[in-house]
Design a protein around this ligand. Structure first.
Ligand code: TXA
Ligand code: MG
Length: 318
């Protein structure tokens, strides 16, 4: 169980681990990732093992420059090139036709690869040293996503994973995933980049969202996901609750009642701040030992849509 300082020595050690086919967890601006070389199928297999993740769920390939982008993506529609120029480095993942150099285990046998250029200096330096990294969020399968190095160590430390500590993630919620159908963007997973920004960049009124059962979709978008240790119950603000043995996740105002623990996502009602605090607040409520976690619904607009996506899946787990 190891955390490395994200200085030059720490980066060299993490890069050396990756180059010899081992794993290293690293910070990004969205959540922490669990990285392996994107071109090494045996190393990628270790990611699935450490996470307990099913093999039908493909990994995102993280790059640090456009040369690496071209080394993994075979075809880039005009809208994808435009979005990459506008939002990279940043919390946007593009699903594109893959090159044969990307192993099947990384894409779960799909003809496409998900690619992202993260906007975090530590991630960028690590990728420059070690090459493109296949990396999912650095949590056990189906559990809360990690936004600090301590979160990573709690879930994956016992599996011998080393993590570069780059402090808390600034967005705190995963990247937005966009695929392309006949050149048009389709959102597969809502995330840190709001739908409206993607639409505006493409000159569209709105961008289509791929619902369950759609032809293009993210195989890992399971109904149950992001689950805290205690069952999560989604409620409207002010709804009746039983505080005994329970914890409470509020959007703007602390709840009344003697809860074991409570967290407020954003007193001013700022959805960006709420997204940034979401997973760290849930990690703390999970640690309180509560038997139930009540979570208030947030407004379903902008980043609220991505937050509600995470809360619904967390609530669906039992
Ligand atoms: O912000 C993020 O995206 C973080 C950081 C570490 O970059 N990563 C992340 O990875 O959230 P993960 O593995 O937890 O979620 C990746 C999602 C999965 O739902 C997976 O099914 C989808 O991306 N995905 C990966 N490759 C795909 C592909 N070729 N086609 C469609 N969906 C894909
Ligand atoms: Mg994940």
């Amino acid at each position: 169980m190891k955390a490395l300082r994200a200085d030059a020595a720490g980066l060299r050690r993490a890069a050396a681990l990756i180059k010899r086919g081992a794993l290293a967890a690293f910070p990004t601006e969205t959540v922490y990732g669990l990285g392996a070389s994107a071109f090494d199928p045996a190393a990628a297999a270790k990611i699935f093992e450490a996470k307990g993740r099913p093999h039908f769920d493909p990994l995102i390939v993280h790059i640090s420059d456009l040369r690496q982008f071209r080394s993994v993506a075979a075809e880039v529609p005009a809208a994808a090139a435009l979005l990459a120029r506008r939002f990279w480095p940043g919390p946007l993942t593009l699903v594109l036709k893959k090159r044969p150099s990307v192993p099947d285990i990384v894409t779960s046998g799909l003809p496409t690869v998900a690619v992202r250029m993260p906007a975090h200096p530590v991630a960028e330096r690590l990728i420059k040293l070690a090459g493109p990294l296949a990396a999912p969020s650095a949590n056990r399968f189906g559990r809360l996503s990690p936004t600090t190095a301590a979160h990573v160590l709690r879930q994956l430390g016992p599996r011998g994973v080393t993590v570069l500590d780059g402090g808390p993630a600034s967005h705190g919620i995963e990247s937005t995933i966009v695929a392309f159908e006949r050149g048009k963007p389709v959102i597969l997973r809502r995330g840190a980049l709001p739908d409206s920004e993607i639409a505006a960049a493409c000159g569209l009124r709105r961008v289509r969202f791929a619902a369950a059962g759609a032809k293009v979709r993210a195989p890992g978008q399971l109904k149950s996901h992001y689950a805290p240790a205690a069952p999560l119950r989604l409620i409207n603000p002010g709804a009746r609750t039983d505080p005994r043995g329970a914890a409470y996740l509020a959007f703007r105002r602390k709840p009344r009642g003697e809860f074991l623990a409570s967290e407020v996502l954003s007193p001013s009602g700022d959805l960006r701040e709420a997204a940034a605090n979401l997973f760290s607040a849930l990690h703390r409520l999970e640690e309180s030992g509560a038997r139930t976690i009540y979570a208030e619904r947030v407004p379903a607009r902008g980043l609220g849509l991505a937050i509600m996506d995470r809360l619904r899946r967390a609530a669906a787990s039992r």
